[in-house]
Structure formats: structure tokens, C-alpha cells
Design a protein around this ligand. Structure first.
Ligand code: NDP
Ligand code: MG
Length: 385
């Protein structure tokens, strides 16, 4: 029986994780839950899973939840310090890290330091501080098992293989909701259109990233760190059916691919059960009904976020941190209706241009670059309006 804490349990990955866990009462038990502020969903999850540890990041929301709960069997944490403390609880075996954005970095590092295995959905923390995270995980001998579908695919294809014989990784991308839009249409594209992804139902931030294709750019950095591969070995292929979740090619020309239905419960389940495989209720692919599998080159001109992410991946240092922070601010401003869609890469580009890169940054330098980039992005956006 694995005792699991799901951080970001009220989100898309968090809720899917709880569904998977519920299907295997003999294998997994939820002992920790966390949310930012959505205490209505969290309250229902607490009633259903009866965890002993609960954290609400927003103090006001935490106090509201406290007044609704019987705290006899629950230890309630609040704020960033509360989250960082909760992940160190000695009863937790594995942590599903499904917090969106840079807020995942601090609890991730604390979880690694206290030797918890991680099922990692969040990619922003790796983009910000990949070398520090992977280095600490190696020192503590803990596993970081990817939940992101492409990374899970690569993880599975590399299982038991000699990584020195790897030629290329083919990272697939569905192309997002604007794949067929013309470049000039992108300026006025609405928030609701952007949130309407053709293949995946996800949280708002990653949905916008999927539309700008920054999500795939962030995944290039995520792949580099998780599998210790240089960016020149990571190729992106647009694959609209999203059936092949990624592929790896070895020096002898052999390519291994992982295929499954587009259902995040599949990689979540594998990250929880690894190295075992548990039977699942997921749909099988009906190859007789599949009309075909298509592959295209990504359009770097229409989606400039790709190029920016590759540049940050090649340059390294604090540039990926700045890329991530500026993207988070720009996406948030777009969702609030204060920035048009086509301006997202322009803001990121301007902040990256202004940044004085620091090589091999330590954690303090990363947090400083993150803070600087957010302020710069806000300044530029305010001057636009
Ligand atoms: P959601 O926006 O649906 O959920 C985010 C979760 O994190 C919520 O529980 C939210 O709480 C909580 N949260 C947000 N900010 C903070 C913070 N600063 N501190 C503590 N908790 C916080 O996101 P998704 O589930 O879509 O994505 C989660 C992560 O997984 C992202 O990094 C994403 O890139 C990655 N991922 C997601 C996939 C998907 O299919 N959704 C696929 C692959 C990767 P509250 O509800 O209270 O706001
Ligand atoms: Mg993905």
C-alpha cells in the first residue's frame, strides 16, 4: 500500500489522480491533499478520501475551510510554509505534484530533501531549476517519475535501454486549438477559443501554453532535464491525433513509440504504479477505426514561443527561468483580458532580450531572475495599455 499526497488535488491532474487512486484501494491510499484556494472542491475530496494532511495555500481560504472541518483527524496546514512542511511528513511515500506554475518549485525541493518519490506533472519547476532539482534527486536517490504524457512515453520507451545509444527523441504535439488558424487571426483570438483544446481537457494555464505551443517549448526543457539529453537531440513533430505520445530513436535506426488513448489517467496511473503495471479501464485504441496517423513540421513563424524556448534551452543559465516567469505573467494577463494572444511571445522576447544571463545559477539566483522577469513583464504590459 502506497501512501500518497496529491498536491494541486483540485486541478485537472489532481482530480484525475484521485480518480485513479480510488480505482485501486488495495494499492494506494490518499493521505495528503492540497489546493491553492478552491476549498469547495477540496472539502468534497476530504470527505471522500479522509486524508490526515491537508494544506490550503491561501490563508483566508484556509481559515474558511478550518471553520467547516472537524479537525480531530486532520492536520491542516496553510500558506507556502505549510505546504513545504506538509510534504515532509514521514507517513507520505509518494507525492503527485500537480500544482501548476512556479509555485511547485519550493514543495518539490522540500519533498526531494525529505526523500519522497515524486510523480511529477508540473513542468514549470523543472524549466526554472532543472539542474538543481535533478542533482538533488540523484543525491537523495529518489525517483522523479513523469506524469506529463510525452515524458511518460519517453520514460517507458527508454526503460531497460542503454541511454548512450539514444539518437533522438521525437516529442509529439497535437498542435493545439489554433493549428489551422492563420497567423493574422491570432491577434484577436478569444480566451474561450484558446481554452477549447481539441484533444485534452486541462487547466487554464497549460491550455493557453498549448495554444501558443509554449507548452511544447517547456517540454523540450523538461525532457532535457528528466533524461539528461541536449536540445539538439529533441525534435518536435506535430501529430494531430495525439495517439503517439512520443518516440525515441536509437543509433541503429530503431524507433520505439508509446501509443495509447488521449487520457491523462493512463500516465498518472503508470507514475503511481511504476514499475508495476495495473489493469485499467482506459479505452484501447481501435486501429480498424483509426483513419490514419499524421505528422507535420511545426510552424516556428506562426508560433514564435517554440523558437524562444529552444533558444533558452541552448543558452541555459537563467534564461529558461526568465522564459518561464515571463510566460506565466503574459498568460495570466491574457486570461484576464489585458493582453492579446499574439503579444504573448513579444513580451517574452523583450524580457529575454533585456536579461543579463547568469550561468550555473544557484537557487537564490534563480529566484532573483524569476522575480526580475515578472517585474519587467508587468512593466512592459502596463506601458502597452
Ligand atoms: P489546474 O490549473 O487545473 O490545477 C492546478 C492546481 O494547483 C489546483 O489544485 C490549484 O489550486 C493548485 N495551485 C495553483 N497554484 C498554486 C500555488 N501557487 N500553490 C499551491 N497550489 C496551487 O492545472 P493542471 O492540473 O492542468 O496542471 C497542473 C500541472 O500539470 C501544470 O504544471 C501542467 O503543466 C502539468 N500538466 C498538466 C496536464 C493536464 O492534462 N492538465 C498534462 C501534463 C502536464 P486551486 O484549484 O485552489 O486554484
Ligand atoms: Mg504534455
Amino acid at each position: 500500500m502506497q501512501r500518497i499526497a496529491v498536491l494541486g488535488s483540485t486541478g485537472s491532474i489532481g482530480q484525475n489522480s484521485l480518480e485513479v487512486i480510488k480505482n485501486f484501494p488495495e494499492e494506494f491510499r490518499v493521505i495528503g491533499l492540497s489546493a491553492n484556494s478552491n476549498i469547495d472542491i477540496l472539502y468534497r475530496q476530504i470527505k471522500s478520501h479522509r486524508p490526515g494532511l491537508v494544506c490550503v495555500k491561501e490563508p483566508q481560504a484556509a481559515l474558511k475551510l478550518k471553520s467547516r472541518l472537524d479537525l480531530k483527524n486532520i492536520k491542516l496546514f496553510m500558506g507556502q510554509e505549510g505546504l513545504d512542511e506538509m510534504v515532509q511528513d514521514k507517513h507520505i511515500d509518494k507525492i503527485v505534484l500537480a500544482i501548476s506554475g512556479s509555485g511547485a518549485l519550493s514543495p518539490l525541493l522540500k519533498a526531494i530533501d525529505s526523500c519522497k518519490d515524486i510523480a511529477l506533472a508540473n513542468k514549470e519547476a523543472l524549466v526554472m531549476a532543472g539542474p538543481i532539482i535533478m542533482d538533488r534527486a540523484a543525491k537523495k536517490k529518489i525517483k522523479i517519475i513523469p506524469v506529463d504524457s510525452e515524458q511518460s512515453a519517453i520514460w517507458q520507451c527508454l526503460n531497460g535501454q542503454d541511454k548512450n545509444k539514444l539518437n533522438n527523441i521525437y516529442l509529439t504535439a497535437s498542435g493545439g486549438p489554433l493549428r489551422r488558424s492563420r497567423k493574422r487571426e491570432l491577434k484577436n483570438v478569444s480566451v474561450s477559443r484558446v481554452l477549447n483544446h481539441p484533444r485534452w481537457k486541462m487547466g487554464k494555464k497549460i491550455s493557453v501554453d498549448s495554444a501558443t505551443l509554449m507548452n511544447k517549448g517547456l517540454e523540450v526543457l523538461e525532457t532535457m532535464h528528466l533524461f539528461n539529453v541536449p536540445p539538439e537531440k529533441i525534435k518536435i513533430i506535430i501529430h494531430p491525433e495525439a495517439i503517439i505520445h512520443s518516440m525515441v530513436e536509437f543509433v541503429d535506426g530503431v524507433i520505439l513509440a508509446q501509443l495509447s488513448d488521449t487520457d491523462m489517467r493512463i500516465p498518472i496511473q503508470y507514475a503511481l504504479s511504476y514499475p508495476a503495471r495495473l489493469s485499467s479501464r482506459a479505452r484501447s485504441i481501435d486501429f480498424y477505426k483509426l483513419k490514419g496517423l499524421n505528422f507535420q513540421k511545426p510552424d516556428f513563424k506562426k508560433f514564435p514561443c517554440f523558437g524562444l524556448a529552444y533558444m533558452a534551452a541552448y543558452e541555459g543559465g537563467t534564461l529558461p527561468t526568465v522564459l518561464n516567469a515571463t510566460n506565466e505573467v503574459s498568460v495570466d494577463e491574457f486570461l484576464k483580458g489585458r493582453l492579446n494572444f499574439a503579444s504573448i511571445p513579444k513580451i517574452i522576447n523583450r524580457v529575454l532580450d533585456k536579461h543579463h544571463k547568469k550561468n550555473n545559477p544557484d537557487l537564490e539566483e534563480i529566484l532573483k531572475a524569476d522575480d526580475w522577469a515578472r517585474k519587467e513583464a508587468h512593466k512592459i504590459i502596463e506601458n502597452l495599455n
